[in-house]
Design a protein around this ligand. Structure first.
Ligand code: PGA
Length: 243
């Protein structure tokens, strides 16, 4: 399987800044032909991604979606709107959204379904909240995976990407999980999806140093990057190290 290497800008970069980012990143990405690349800018810049990445080897997508198809949900964004902007990927259930917006596993399962119905690829985020014994982490995370997928028939699970992102490894001051920990967790997640060709990628403090060793683990199908990818040169270096 080709590694999948993606970045979320989270709540960073204006539309003007996203345009400048892509101007730098697109030529750096062009020679990276051994991996699949994507960027998730904020909603407000999806049109910039569409206009500036069209025809390139970099896909784009969104960081969230509403769990219903349409209606009276002020300020929210539907899967149809994202599909119309050419999105390939839609992240759902990031730990920051679970925390900041009280998103439940069932809401997340509905979002996964919405994304698949609109022929895009959901990136279902899972991860244990604190560093814990491996058995505890496996139980927690595989539960999240099962509940996140439960509204999709198993035949559609291959259309989902699972991002394993231990919450303790994300953000300022954190460090990435050890490759061995990641490998064990990914193997456990793969057991749940049982033969479906669901890609399992790792996220949490990925940088050019941690990218290579983690991406080399047999059950790791790619990387999902936050902070380090805010610099297009660094994100390109991560993808180069991982592919
Ligand atoms: P980070 O974020 O790379 O800044 O730790 C990762 C993520 O939340 O996906």
């Amino acid at each position: 399987m080709r590694p999948l290497i993606g970045a979320s800008f989270k709540m960073n970069l204006t539309s003007t800044e996203v345009r400048r980012y892509i101007e730098v990143f697109r030529p750096l990405a062009e020679p990276l032909t051994a991996c699949d690349l994507f960027l998730l800018p904020p909603f407000t810049s999806l049109w910039v991604a569409r206009d500036c990445l069209r025809g390139s080897n970099v896909a784009w997508g969104a960081q969230d979606v509403h769990h219903e198809a349409s209606g009276a949900h002020t300020g929210d964004v539907s899967a149809a709107m994202l599909a119309d902007l050419g999105c390939t990927f839609v992240e759902v259930g990031h730990s920051e959204r679970r925390h900041d917006h009280s998103e439940t596993d069932d809401m997340i399962a509905l979002k996964v379904k919405q994304v698949v119905v609109h022929r895009m690829t959901p990136i279902l985020n899972v991860g244990e909240p604190v560093r814990s014994a491996i058995a505890t982490a496996v139980e927690y995370v595989t539960g999240q995976v099962r509940r996140g997928l439960h509204r999709l028939p198993a035949k559609d699970w291959s259309q989902v990407v699972i991002a394993y992102e231990p919450v303790w490894a994300i953000g300022v001051g954190a460090t990435a999980a050890d490759p061995d920990h990641v490998e064990t967790m990914h193997a456990a997640i793969r057991n749940v999806t049982d033969g479906a060709k669901t890609r399992v990628v790792y996220g949490g403090s990925v940088n050019p140093e941690t990218a290579g060793p983690i991406a080399a683990m047999p059950h790791v199908d790619g990387l999902f990057v936050g902070r380090a990818a805010l610099d297009p040169v660094v994100f390109a270096a991560i993808a180069r190290a991982a592919q």
